[in-house]
Design a protein around this ligand. Structure first.
Ligand SMILES: *Cc1c(COP(=O)(O)O)cnc(C)c1O
Length: 397
């Protein structure tokens, strides 16, 4: 039942999301089974020897590979148009595995200033202790990337970003990376492969927090790296199977179910988010709305070129300060006050006092995170109900 990478190229993205990687056991099950086993039994001592020395392909121990996890890896690789995927225990574990697999002491990384908080902490406060150097540049300033890329080993970015939903120019950044002999890694958690496939624009490695849209219902933690066999099959895989930040088979199964509906969900998230963003732009007291499908977005044209939808994330700025933003958030009854995102449930966050609370006021200002800024992860509820709830917020301002 299993088909290889090339076979899946003949199928459309939605078919891949539902089918890629599928294989059946002798039981003939229709939904993928969860292989809840840590180890595997060998036919003979000879077979054990062949498996452990890599002479024969097959299972040995679930830190090295698990059949349920493998189906998820094959399906996500097929969706990103890649040869290889390595699933990890979380999105952060994927970023760590990327660094441990492709970098060594003395290497320099150029990264966007607009990064998920823990990614920034991993880079600045942890990996610098192991002889890695990081240079941070503004996502949309191509000349700053060009200047910093000289002598770098890796360029790292997210697009769109959190919380201002800025869009990075993947094609130009891939060109800059490759001119300087560096790799381009892109965190694609916000768009998912349903809306954006960065390898097609020249990126080398994709990072996913599967915890977000791939799960889509806020249940499990997981992550993945996607790219070529040459980049991931050696040191990156060796790190993951040895150090052990592997995805559990149960979580892989939840993500497989998530992938089956990914395109439908991302289209619905994008449609509702766009209509909500347009409505927010018309509300008095809103200074600015950040959403890539709005013509007012600074990278609107670029987003239209490299994304097939705006996604579910938007932000807006109230014209008051912290007190007003808190009054707004506290008046809501339907939206969840939580920092998680990519869920069927719409969530709202005040970045300045949550996700960006621990950085200095200067760094916060530099990142464009004002006291009036609110970030919404638009879920799958009825648009009119979301508007009615947000009206409660506006009335409380
Ligand atoms: C959540 C997130 C991560 C980290 O993923 P975890 O699964 O929480 O470890 C990385 N990048 C982005 C853009 C995220 O939103």
């Amino acid at each position: 039942m299993s088909r290889d990478h090339d076979d899946w190229k003949a199928y459309g993205p939605q078919t891949r999301a539902v089918r890629a990687g599928e294989r059946r056991t002798l039981e003939g099950e229709h939904s993928e089974p969860i292989f809840a086993t840590s180890s595997y039994v060998f036919e003979s001592a000879e077979q054990a020897f062949a498996r452990f020395t890599g002479k024969e392909h097959g299972n040995t121990y679930s830190r090295s590979g698990n059949p349920t996890v493998r189906v998820f890896e094959e399906r996500l690789a097929a969706l990103e148009g890649a040869e290889r995927c390595i699933a990890t225990a979380s999105g952060m574990a994927a970023i760590l595995a990327l660094c441990m697999g492709v970098l060594k002491a003395g290497d320099r990384v150029v990264a966007s200033k607009s990064l998920f908080g823990p990614t920034m902490t991993l880079f600045q406060n942890i990996l610098t202790r192991f002889g890695l150097d990081f240079t941070f540049v503004p996502l949309t300033d191509l000349s700053a990337w060009e200047l910093a890329a000289k002598g770098a080993r890796l360029l790292f970015l997210e697009t769109p970003t959190n919380p201002l939903i800025e869009v990075g120019d993947l094609k130009s950044l891939a060109q800059i990376a490759h001119t300087h002999g560096a790799l381009l890694a892109v965190d694609n958690s916000f768009c998912s492969p349903a809306l954006q496939t960065p390898l097609r624009h020249g990126a080398d490695i994709i990072v996913h927090s599967a915890t977000k849209y791939i799960d889509g219902q806020g249940r499990c933690l997981g992550g993945a790296l996607v790219g070529s066999e040459a980049l991931l099959g050696g040191d990156v895989y060796h790190f993951v199977r040895t150090a052990g930040p592997v995805l559990s088979p149960f979580n892989a199964w939840v993500f497989l179910k998530g992938l089956e509906t990914l395109h439908l969900r991302m289209q619905a998230h994008s449609a509702t988010a766009l209509r909500l963003a347009e409505w927010l732009e018309r509300q008095p007291g809103v200074r600015r709305v950040y959403y890539p499908s709005l013509p007012s977005h600074p990278q609107h044209v670029l987003a239209g070129r490299q994304q097939s939808g705006g996604g579910g994330m938007l932000a807006f700025e109230l014209d008051g300060g912290r007190d007003q933003a808190w009054r707004f958030v506290n008046a809501l009854k339907l939206l969840s006050r939580t920092a998680n995102l990519g869920d069927a449930k719409t969530t709202i966050t005040h970045p300045a006092t949550t996700t960006h609370a621990r950085i200095s006021p200067e760094a916060r200002k530099d990142a464009g995170v004002s006291e009036g800024l609110l970030r919404v992860s638009v879920g799958l509820e009825d648009l009119e109900d979301l508007k009615r709830d947000l009206e409660r917020g506006f009335r409380a301002c």
